[in-house]
Design a protein around this ligand. Structure first.
Ligand code: NAD
Length: 360
């Protein structure tokens, strides 16, 4: 469905619908986020999305903490019968000092634009949806590229993404009974374990004092830290392990060198960001883009969208390590928000804001 403002010809009003986190959560509960993400990934693989380069603004706050704003525009569903047409943006900001003030590190808003007037028509709390689409991508990659059978999962980093990943693991992989966790701050791992218990999620949480120990404890390793310094070597990972490298800087280059198979969400997005390890390795020619080969050098197999459209075979880990390295695509936020908005419109959720107020 397309997003169009409610026409009110007699008065010059400009309304948008505001969805706070509670409304987003309520609406998202009625949809299958992995199915939505997979529809958008197929559309992306078929070239029926638009993904402009991200805007990135870093600064330091008065405490000297690192702050950044990322503006991510995207559109989905151009002439695609399976994905509703939507244009929008996620604005996701973060300050590393926020957790010490009792706030999540990252937060922001996502927009949908009216397809006719181009005005913002929907503005929604972004962090929950961002975590949901990221977790849903991990679930899809696990479904298609993960070990055939697994009952234990390792989460390195116990913040907001870890919580959403745990909720989705409970929903999509009911055989999983144990979460091995590690956080640089042990109190975060303890708080995560308490949160799992309070929410009655069906997991035993096993905290590990060292990341390497946690990584070796299962055959599904999901990195959800905020590090910019790699720490996992190939020797830390068991043969037959699938790594969802969500936080993008945890794996040392040797893991890519020796990967059994490597998949991404979008090659160009990764290449455009040499701040992250895989972007740097691509730029150096130490990892190659799909379609190019050099003996002894890892070539990216393709995207998860290519796997879903059967353009590229899915390879699960057996004797080696399969790595999924999703940079994170705005089209997934926009596609997911479009479904959430459809639910909100159907059920009457959200608050209408008048952009012009008395000035009309
Ligand atoms: P968060 O700040 O809520 O949690 C991060 C946790 O990692 C914290 O508890 C912190 O103490 C811990 N940590 C930091 N460095 C660590 C290290 N070296 N070893 C172990 N633990 C460490 O962050 P979040 O919102 O949960 O996001 C997690 C990561 O996911 C971020 O890097 C974010 O940029 C990334 N992310 C990726 C995508 C994607 O699509 N690839 C999308 C969204 C977020």
């Amino acid at each position: 469905m397309t997003v169009q403002a409610v026409p009110e010809p007699a008065t010059r009003t400009e309304h948008l619908l505001f969805l706070d986190r509670a409304a987003v959560r309520t609406c998202a509960a009625g949809i299958d986020p992995v199915a939505v993400v997979e529809d958008v990934l197929r559309a992306h693989a078929a070239g029926r999305t638009t993904l402009p380069a991200e805007g990135y603004l870093p600064w330091s706050n008065s405490q000297g903490a690192y702050c950044r704003s990322i503006a991510m525009l995207g559109s989905v569903g151009d002439a695609d019968p399976t994905v509703p047409t939507a244009y929008g943006m996620k604005l996701i900001n973060a300050a590393t000092s926020n957790p010490a003030q009792g706030m999540d590190r990252a937060g922001g808003v996502s927009f949908l634009f009216d397809t006719e007037t181009a005005r913002p028509a929907v503005v929604a709390e972004a962090a929950y949806l961002s975590a949901l689409r990221t977790g849903a991508y991990t679930m899809s990659s696990l479904r298609h590229l993960g070990p055939e059978h697994f009952q234990e999962v390792t989460l390195i980093g116990c913040g907001a993404q870890a919580r959403t990943h745990a909720e989705l693991l409970a929903r999509y992989f009911p055989d999983v009974h144990t979460l091995h966790v590690h956080d640089l701050l042990p109190e975060r791992a303890s708080a995560f374990a308490s949160w799992v218990e309070a929410g009655e999620l069906p997991f035993t949480v096993v905290p590990h004092g060292r990341a390497a120990e946690a990584a070796a404890a299962s055959t599904v390793v999901i990195t959800l830290t905020i590090t910019d310094t790699g720490y996992l070597t190939p020797d830390h990972l068991r043969p037959g392990t699938f790594v969802a490298h969500v936080s993008l800087d945890d794996l040392l280059p040797e893991v890519f060198d020796r990967a059994q198979a490597l998949y991404v969400d979008d090659v160009e997005l990764i290449r455009d960001n040499p701040r992250r390890v895989l972007g740097r390795l691509l730029g150096e020619g130490r990892v190659l883009a799909p379609g190019t080969t050099k003996p002894g050098t890892t070539t990216i197999r393709g995207t998860l969208g290519d796997v879903l459209t059967a353009a590229v075979p899915a390879e699960r880990p057996d004797t080696g390590v399969v790595v999924s390295n999703p940079f994170g695509m705005a089209v997934l936020d926009v596609g997911l928000l479009a479904r959430v908005y459809a639910q909100a419109a159907a059920d009457g959720h959200g608050t209408r804001l008048d952009l012009l107020g008395a000035d009309r």
